[in-house]
Write a protein that binds this ligand. Structure first.
Ligand SMILES: *Cc1c(COP(=O)(O)O)cnc(C)c1O
Length: 381
């Protein structure tokens, strides 16, 4: 088919994506098309990215090591800052060893393809992140897919040997927390390797340690943990942390690590600085948790259909793609920036407004957002 026809198809389905260009940024406020808006779609959960501590650490690293790393970590791209970041994160996460990838996406792809092959069966939650699904495809392993957080369905589906069990800690589109305790039991019963991608839990839950700690588990039950650094840590890159021999195996085999330029040293420095702030300023996490509760309470009072979630990811369910899109446009005109999430990112008929809460939001902003959603929604029906 011709590319123009393919593009037309995307538009007809209401799935054509366009950028919103940010021209200024101040904490949770951003400027888009000359209009100031409150940003309700950033994963900077603890509002760290504009902090002077992070900026200064980044600038210092640039002055010492330059901007780009210049090569693969196996060539000349690996600096003392990379090494320090790995040691610092391993210690913080209470893991034997940690390695630094240049993004969560490449970490997941590299990890899955390094550990699994076509003789293996790997079970994954239906709502796992695209990078985990793509990584599994790349590995060639048999994909055993179970309904979201449905442990009974998972047990029913296991039939024979199970090599791996892979889940998100906090699900990125639902805000639900994985049933890690049961997943750990099932992995133990089948001697399967449990891998948790905690992009949205680390820094926020479990006193900052993430979903695994929140669920009372350690490295023993979860030998491999993926922590992307672009969310609560307000930087970029990802850490894979865990049992020394598993981490080393990933390090030795991951092609996305070997054949890609190492993350810039400045970002290793930035992530260490944000880890320090995160440890010293626990009020950031506590305030965020209060805002989450407030959001749920307000949504309840306004009778908005929200998924229950004790995480910064909140979903206002709409259903129809077009209505969700129109709502997000109307909200933008009224100074609230958030996105309509539509299929194929979420299942058909479950289009939603996805809100991500950050420490620097205020209760007034949250209330005003939800009142505006109610108002616009009523006028669209
Ligand atoms: C964001 C995200 C990733 C990808 O991380 P990047 O560093 O943004 O590439 C992986 N897994 C999950 C669950 C995510 O939400």
């Amino acid at each position: 088919m011709k590319q123009s026809t393919l593009l037309e198809d995307i538009k007809q389905q209401g799935l054509y994506r366009q950028h919103h260009v940010i021209s200024e940024r101040q904490h949770t406020q951003v400027k888009i098309n000359q209009k100031n808006c409150i940003n309700f779609c950033s994963n900077d959960y603890l509002s760290l990215s504009m902090l002077s501590e992070l900026k200064q650490a980044t600038i210092d690293a640039v002055n010492t090591y330059g901007v780009g790393s210049g090569a693969s970590p196996w060539m000349s791209g690996y600096s003392v800052l990379h090494q320090q970041a790995e040691q610092t994160f391993a210690e913080f996460m209470q893991r034997d060893k940690a390695i630094l990838f240049n993004s969560g996406f490449t970490a997941n792809i590299g990890l899955m393809a390094a550990l699994f092959d076509k003789t293996h069966t790997v079970a994954m939650d239906k709502f796992n992140h695209a990078s985990l699904i793509d990584g599994l495809k790349l590995s060639g392993a048999k994909h055993l897919r179970y309904r979201h957080n449905d442990m009974q369905h998972l047990r029913q589906r296991i039939n024979g040997e199970l090599k791996g069990l892979v889940t998100e800690g906090v699900f990125s589109m639902q805000g639900t927390i994985a049933d890690l305790k049961t997943l750990a039991d099932i992995s133990h019963e089948h001697q399967a390797l449990l891998i948790v991608d905690d992009a949205h839990g680390v820094g926020v839950l479990g006193g900052g340690l993430g979903t695994v700690a929140h669920c009372g588990l350690t490295q023993k039950q979860v030998p491999l943990l993926v922590c992307p650094l672009g969310k609560a840590f307000a930087a970029q890159g990802a850490v894979i942390a865990g049992q020394a021999d598993w981490v080393d195996l990933v390090l030795q085999k991951a092609r996305s690590y070997c054949y890609s330029t190492a993350i810039p040293p400045m970002l290793a420095a930035a992530s260490m600085a944000s880890l320090q702030v995160l440890q010293q300023q626990s009020w950031r996490r506590e305030k965020l948790l209060e805002l989450i509760e407030y959001f749920q309470q307000c949504a309840d009072e306004l009778q908005l259909n929200c998924l229950p979630s004790v995480t910064p990811i909140q979903s206002i369910m709409i259903g129809d793609n077009e209505i969700a899109l129109q709502l997000s446009e109307q909200l933008l005109q009224r100074g609230f920036f958030l996105k309509a999430i539509r299929p194929p990112t979420v299942p058909k008929g479950t289009a939603r407004l996805r809100v991500t809460l950050n420490t620097d939001h205020t209760p007034e902003q949250i209330k005003s957002l939800l009142q505006t959603v109610t108002h616009c929604y009523d006028s669209l029906l």
